[in-house]
Design a protein around this ligand. Structure first.
Ligand SMILES: [Fe+2]
Length: 340
């Protein structure tokens, strides 16, 4: 199979209060508004190479509208669409994605909208306050302390983590990089996939709710751990609660920091981690007690981290969509299993 996808290009989310979200992205995250079309607001990090990486769309609750990947070529886009339809997913060609044009959008088996495109509009400020003195920088570095350089990854929720990973591996060539099974039972609660040398640009967490197509968080990249720590410091000074971190994930070995935007949707900042170029990588299986989520194995994950968006509902779901026994095993794996 030819290489189909290159990298995550943008994430579109919904917010009940678009202006509150946009103000937060501008003032607290350090993004810039590039366009407003039909109520949707298009924003970019200073280092994003294309027009935008985040779209905030009006909606009743926080949710994933679509996650977009750029293909490796125009031919790869056509091939990807063929493979998706052969696999039985519903999709359509669209010609009017702002600043992109033609794209193929489909809904995957677990209800997540994905948009694939080859066409882009490159961003390069060549004059004015936003212009960088360096040729490779699309814009000047943000003045907001700890502002991310670019979009990094998206993590969704699925009722079958391993089947989700296998479908996106089989159909679109995502490499499966690692997964986490609970210590107590062979239940797969997390997996990471990638289209390139990063540990992941697509993550999947277990969803015990009855709602399909949910998102757990998306992440931006900062260049250094110091910037991540400065971002944490500034968020605290600005009265923005930090949900989890700063710390390091065992899987991917990335420094992380989680907080929420006004819609309650979770944002992550990432930096560091390994590069993996192995084309036939065999994914290892982690356990929470091995430090899959917390490299240092010394702190429990807050219960709120199991919340995905939109919030779970329905009689079969717990409030956060994760059954209690799984939640217990995830949140404090070190009590029973020691620090290994
Ligand atoms: Fe993440």
């Amino acid at each position: 199979m030819i290489k189909l996808l290159s990298h995550l290009s943008y994430v579109a989310i919904t917010s009940p209060d678009v202006e509150a979200s946009v103000t937060f992205y501008e003032e607290q995250v350090g993004l810039t508004v590039v366009d407003r079309i039909d109520g949707a607001v298009y924003l970019r990090c200073w280092g994003d190479y294309y027009s935008y990486s985040i779209v905030v769309i009006p909606g009743d609750e926080p949710s994933l509208d679509t996650m977009a990947w750029r293909t490796s070529s125009a031919e790869a886009l056509d091939e990807a669409a063929k493979r998706i339809e052969a696999a039985g997913a519903e999709g359509e060609w669209i010609d009017d994605v702002p600043h992109i044009g033609r794209a193929y959008r489909f809904t995957g088996p677990w209800g997540h909208s994905m948009t694939l495109h080859w066409d882009v509009t490159r961003h390069h400020d060549t004059e004015g306050d936003a212009a960088s003195i360096y040729p490779d920088r699309p814009s000047r570095r943000s003045k907001v302390a700890g502002a991310p350089r670019q979009l990094d990854h998206v993590t969704i929720a699925s009722s079958d983590v391993d089947a989700f990973a296998q479908w996106y591996n089989d159909v679109l060539g995502f490499r499966i990089m690692a997964r986490t099974l609970l210590d107590e039972a062979p239940i797969s609660v997390f997996s990471v996939l990638t289209t390139n040398e990063k540990s992941h640009d697509l993550g999947v967490v277990l969803d015990g709710s009855s709602r399909a197509g949910r998102i757990n968080h998306y992440a931006f990249w900062v260049d250094t751990r110091e910037e991540l720590l400065i971002a944490a410091d500034v968020l605290m000074e600005n009265g923005i609660p930090i949900e989890y971190g700063p710390s390091i994930h065992g899987i991917g070995e990335q420094n992380f920091l989680y907080y929420r935007e006004p819609s309650t949707l979770r944002i992550e900042l990432n930096t560091g981690g390994y590069r993996n170029y192995v084309p036939d990588w065999e994914p290892n299986t982690w356990r929470p007690s091995l430090g899959s989520n917390n490299f240092y194995r010394n702190s429990a994950m807050p219960m709120s981290m199991t919340e995905s968006f939109p919030p779970a509902d329905g009689p079969s779901a717990t409030e956060e969509g994760v059954p209690d026994e799984i939640k217990d095993a995830l949140l404090n794996p070190y009590a029973k299993h020691g620090r290994g």
